[in-house]
Design a protein around this ligand. Structure first.
Ligand code: SAH
Ligand code: F3S
Length: 481
């Protein structure tokens, strides 16, 4: 899911407004996908009721939690380094407890406690509501673990606290888990079966965010297009349960439309779409609502049919092109981004060339590109030898990245000269005199601050670009304010 944080960097800390009366200090750090960052907000919310306020000082913490990622080996190595650091601090402050959350907790389970002895607490992605119980065990001096995956848990009833954010953009989870079983991917094992959250609780969260001043929501799921809620309605109005389920089911296109209508001035994004599950309904719904951003993250992983099949991606290159053509026909101004894997087992040089030629056809606006990393327990990990030498993977990855940079620049140049609506999110990293925001296509736009403020929708005339950023000047507020 968009997007992978640079795995070499230290994770992001979550700081919330202190709650009066709370006297324990929580240091919580997140790695990996947006879902993890969103989950950490749920965890902090649960622990706030247990007397914890967040701190950004590791040394002061009573409880250190790290929300982890297993997607590639490098992501796990980064977390291990952090655990070593926490343990070094614990030597000075022996009262400090350390817990591991998320996908590594789920994958490695009690190994963390038994073999590695690096943590006091291990909690999988579906067990956060059990944290109060687990913590009382830890307080009593025992190690605690809950890595049970659930078929139902969506945390729909927990209001995440978001006071450390920019106050403008927020993530809202709509599905958890994944049933797609791509052969390279560990997510179905660490996050469990796919389940959809009740639409009403999603709408309520969105309304609440709007009332707090948020202007943009990204709906999150491993595979948002397979969102499906059966239920609701009154039984007595239907002949039988199947008829009721059919009549009251909400699919992703319907959910998008419900969100867009519930808050017509709020912007909506979503991530991630799987090509095999994306329907024309979704594309048409995007076109119909001005407040659904014209941007689709549509990972393809490879441009070769044999490799796609080995990956258990259930579409062909030709079907992917057809989808791209349909999207562009209905939403001409759309931006599309990719995820690619270089050096999947048995990939030949020719098959790698197919990936490059697919990219030439689509000319993605941006992308997230990775060298294949074998994950224990996945089908590819069990059945296929990781036979592409590291230097070959790296060279193929470099070629994919270089081509993407060309295409990104080709795409950003198309914006120069246009006036585009931008939602201001924060000060630009490079200059405090400039704002940074994004246009509907999700491209970052930087422009002089003048009298505008964070949260304003501003029309910006684009005057210049790099391959990643648009530069411009504000020409006034947009109609959306
Ligand atoms: N459907 C999810 C995918 C999560 S993983 C979503 O919401 O985006 C994000 C990306 O990591 C995948 O699209 C894939 O390109 C990459 N990835 C997953 N497993 C990988 C592996 N074993 N090696 C290299 N890259 C991998
Ligand atoms: Fe992973 Fe494929 Fe699901 S990449 S998260 S198994 S759609």
């Amino acid at each position: 899911m968009e997007k992978i944080i640079d795995e070499n960097k230290q994770g992001e800390h979550l700081i919330l407004e202190a709650k009066e009366g709370n006297n324990r200090k929580l240091f919580i750090e997140s790695y990996g996908c947006q879902m993890n960052f969103s989950d950490s907000e749920i965890v902090a919310s649960i622990l706030s009721k247990e007397g914890f306020n967040t701190t950004n000082s590791l040394e002061d913490a009573d409880l250190v939690l790290v929300n982890t990622c297993s997607i590639r080996d490098k992501a796990e190595q980064t977390v291990r380094k952090r655990l070593e650091k926490y343990n070094a601090v614990k030597k000075i402050n022996p009262k400090m407890k350390i817990g591991v959350l998320g996908c590594m907790a789920e994958r490695l389970k009690s190994k963390f406690l038994e073999e590695e002895k690096m943590v006091d607490l291990v909690v999988g992605p579906d067990a956060y509501k059990d944290l109060p119980n687990l913590l009382s065990e830890v307080d009593d001096g025992r190690n605690a673990i809950n890595v049970i995956l659930s078929k139902e848990e969506t945390y729909g009833d927990i209001a995440p606290v978001r006071l450390n954010s920019n106050g403008v953009t927020a993530f809202v989870s709509i599905t958890r888990g994944c049933d797609n079983m791509c052969t390279f991917c560990v997510v179905p094992f660490t996050r469990g079966r796919e389940r959809s959250r009740e639409p009403q609780s999603i709408i309520e969260e969105i309304n609440d965010l709007w009332s707090k001043g948020f202007k943009e929501v990204t709906l999150l799921g491993q595979n948002v297009d397979s969102y499906l809620w059966y239920g609701g309605g009154l039984k007595k109005d239907f002949k039988n349960a199947t008829e009721m389920q059919k009549a009251t089911a909400v699919n992703f296109a319907m959910l998008l439309s419900m969100c867009a209508k519930a808050q017509p001035k709020m912007r909506f994004r979503f991530s991630t779409s799987n090509p095999q599950d994306m329907t024309m309904d979704v594309i048409e719904t995007m076109a119909k609502h001005d407040n659904i951003c014209k941007y689709i993250h549509l990972p393809v992983q490879s441009g070769n049919n044999r490799i796609l099949k080995e990956m258990n991606r259930l579409h062909t290159r030709e079907e992917y092109f057809e989808l791209i053509d349909n999207i562009r026909r209905v939403i001409p101004e759309v931006a599309i981004s990719q995820d690619m894997i270089a050096g999947f087992p048995t990939e030949t040089e020719e098959e790698h060339q197919d990936t490059l030629s697919l990219m030439e056809y689509v000319k993605y606006d941006f992308g997230f590109m990775f060298a294949y990393s074998e994950r224990p327990g996945t089908l590819a990990g069990r059945r296929m030898e990781d036979d592409i030498p590291a230097d070959v993977k790296k060279r193929r990855l470099n070629e994919i990245q270089a081509l993407q940079r060309e295409h990104s620049l080709y795409r950003t140049k198309q914006h120069v000269g246009k006036v585009e609506e931008v939602l201001i999110e924060k000060a630009s990293k490079k200059s405090d005199a400039h704002w940074s925001g994004r246009n509907t296509q999700n491209t970052v736009v930087v422009f002089p601050k003048e009298n505008y403020k964070v949260g304003d929708f501003v029309n910006v005339k684009i005057t210049d670009c790099t391959s990643a950023t648009l530069l411009g000047e504000a020409v006034g507020y947009s109609d959306n304010n």
